[in-house]
Design a protein around this ligand. Structure first.
Ligand SMILES: Cc1cc2nc3c(=O)[nH]c(=O)nc-3n(C[C@H](O)[C@H](O)[C@H](O)COP(=O)(O)O)c2cc1C
Length: 517
């Protein structure tokens, strides 16, 4: 998960990152694999700013902070001064994976690392927010909702520039540099982020890829870019280096296109699933990938940030489990030798020990990914191993979400109603809640007050001393807290926000005066 802990314009991991990741490393029963939040391969294409970045020059000094991060994940660097958390140097056995990403058209103005009039890069020149979105029946009218949706997308994102072949060549080199960084800094592998509507998934989806060249969305060429990345990364990394990929289970088709051809929504979804499965089959047949993570959604429909317990969904159900089961079956039917077949990693909505267990026994996946649950319950593996988790169900913190707090504030309700058609905003509130709790974990880790899920320092929910996570935190409060924070050494971020606020007040005053006259 993106940590929002680097300096304002992006940069290397700092003490906060070390504190955070050493919290996950500090367990008698460690996580199997810990994946970093997205590390951006291009400074000018961040997600929300404060992203970790692949340095342009891979000098020893530039690599050093990442080496400390890998050691923190391995339980070898406590993040407090330079003392080793595990002096015998054997580590905890957790695999450290660096996620490499490029936000493409979903990189917002300014905070994404570019000036206001500088277009981001994408497969084609299609702005975020212009595709058909699933409508949500909010309290406000559709018209008002749509107006707010369009304005928000317009304010946040620019129309991207279609990438030239030279841009694509540079992108391939940027990802390869990311893999070199991971190898040199002691990571066990990388994951290529080709999901959630970021640049690589913009190439995979016909919704965002209207090209007619060797990187078009047609079945013959759609995986060409990924294949170049995988081949390039394999060429510069050791034989046992782990290489994974994260892809979406749907969103591969332009539903507007399908609509004009008279297909029903169901038929469109079936076609999308078929296309995604074709991709899984092709990726697996290369014999060079170690795992494929299944997720879904993008900034127009952020399915991956669904609330974990919507009233209509069973809490035992993972978001993308039916697709991932098909993926497991598809891979099993391939003639590729067993050891060359990628494992399927399912992430999203796994919230109870029973759900985790049944996902494995029902063959939904080979590996299970936990996102938000790892913030709510950082020591889940230890709890599962001790059997305490099953006993604590259903009150395990893994299943508690900010949306379960009793009663949102009237302001929060009003914002939710007005922005029902911009699911990104709702997802942004949720994300902020988790980001602020990530920071609390990081601080606790830095102070050395890390907790162990099986120790007497647990609070009633097993989440540890110092109220982490803070369930009293409102989502609105979290949003303010998320942005009004400065990382070590970037005090000037205050000046940026103060200027922004000043401009907004002036604009508002100007609009009011104009209206009054
Ligand atoms: C704060 C936060 C940051 C995230 N950042 C990333 C990211 O950097 N890369 C990524 O692939 N997914 C990211 N995600 C999505 C998660 O990896 C995961 O797919 C999603 O939360 C669903 O899983 P869960 O239900 O277990 O939380 C993020 C989610 C949250 C809550």
């Amino acid at each position: 998960m993106y940590e929002h802990l680097a300096s304002f314009s992006g940069g290397p991991p700092n003490d906060y990152h070390l504190g955070l990741y050493s919290t996950w490393a500090d367990s008698s029963s460690p996580w199997g694999m810990v994946m970093t939040g997205n590390v951006q391969v291009a400074r000018g294409h961040q997600t929300l700013g404060r992203d970790m970045l692949v340095p342009v020059q891979l000098t020893d000094d530039a690599v050093a902070p990442y080496a400390r991060l890998a050691r923190a994940i391995h339980g070898l660097d406590s993040g407090i001064s330079s003392t080793d958390a595990n002096p015998d140097g054997t580590g905890n056995g957790t695999l450290a994976i660096m996620q490499l990403s490029h936000a493409g058209r979903q990189s917002p103005n300014i905070i994404g690392g570019r000036g206001f009039f500088e277009s981001p890069l994408s497969a084609s020149s299609i702005r975020v927010g212009t595709s058909k979105r699933r409508r949500q029946s909010g309290h406000a009218s559709y018209l008002l909702n749509d107006l707010i949706a369009n304005f928000s997308y317009w304010l946040l994102f620019q129309k991207p520039r279609e990438m030239s072949i030279a841009d694509i060549d540079e992108l391939v080199q940027q990802f390869i540099n990311g893999a070199i960084l991971a190898t040199r800094s002691g990571f066990d592998g990388v994951q290529i982020h080709a999901a959630h509507g970021y640049l690589l998934s913009q190439f995979l989806s016909s919704k965002t890829n209207k090209r007619h060249d060797a990187y078009s969305a047609s079945p013959e060429t759609v995986l060409n870019l990924l294949q170049r990345l995988v081949t390039g990364i394999r060429a510069v990394t050791p034989k046992n280096f782990i290489l994974g990929i994260k892809i979406n289970s749907a969103d591969y088709m332009d539903s507007d296109d399908a609509g004009t051809q008279g297909h029903s929504q169901k038929e469109v979804e079936a076609e999308q699933e078929k296309r995604a499965l074709d991709h899984v089959r092709a990726l697996a047949s290369w014999g060079t990938l170690d795992f494929i993570e299944i997720s879904g959604g993008d900034y127009e429909n952020p399915d991956f940030m669904e609330s974990s317990l919507p009233p209509t969904k069973s809490r035992r159900q993972a978001f993308f489990s039916s697709f991932s089961r098909l993926a497991v079956q598809t891979i099993a039917s391939l003639p590729t030798p067993q050891q060359q077949r990628p494992l399927i990693l399912l992430t999203g909505g796994l919230r109870t020990p029973a759900a985790l267990s049944s996902a494995l026994t029902a063959g939904h996946a080979d590996l299970l990914g936990i996102g938000r649950g790892a913030i709510l319950c950082p020591h889940l593996p230890a709890l599962l191993a001790s059997g305490a988790a099953a006993a604590a169900e259903p009150d395990l913190p893994l299943g508690r979400d900010p949306d379960l707090r009793t009663g949102a504030s009237p302001l929060e309700n009003a914002v939710s109603a007005l922005t029902a058609n911009v699911k990104l905003i709702g997802a942004g509130f949720d994300m902020a809640w988790y980001v602020v709790n990530i920071r609390r974990m990081a601080l606790a880790g830095m102070r050395g007050s890390r907790t162990n899920g099986t120790s007497e320092s647990d609070d009633e929910h097993g989440a540890g001393r110092g109220q982490i996570p803070d369930y009293e935190l409102s989502r609105m409060g979290a949003l303010l807290d998320m942005w009004c924070w400065t990382a070590p050494g970037d005090d000037w971020a205050w000046k940026f926000w103060a200027t922004g606020l000043g401009c907004a007040v002036l604009l508002l005053a100007f609009a009011m005066v104009s209206y009054a006259r």
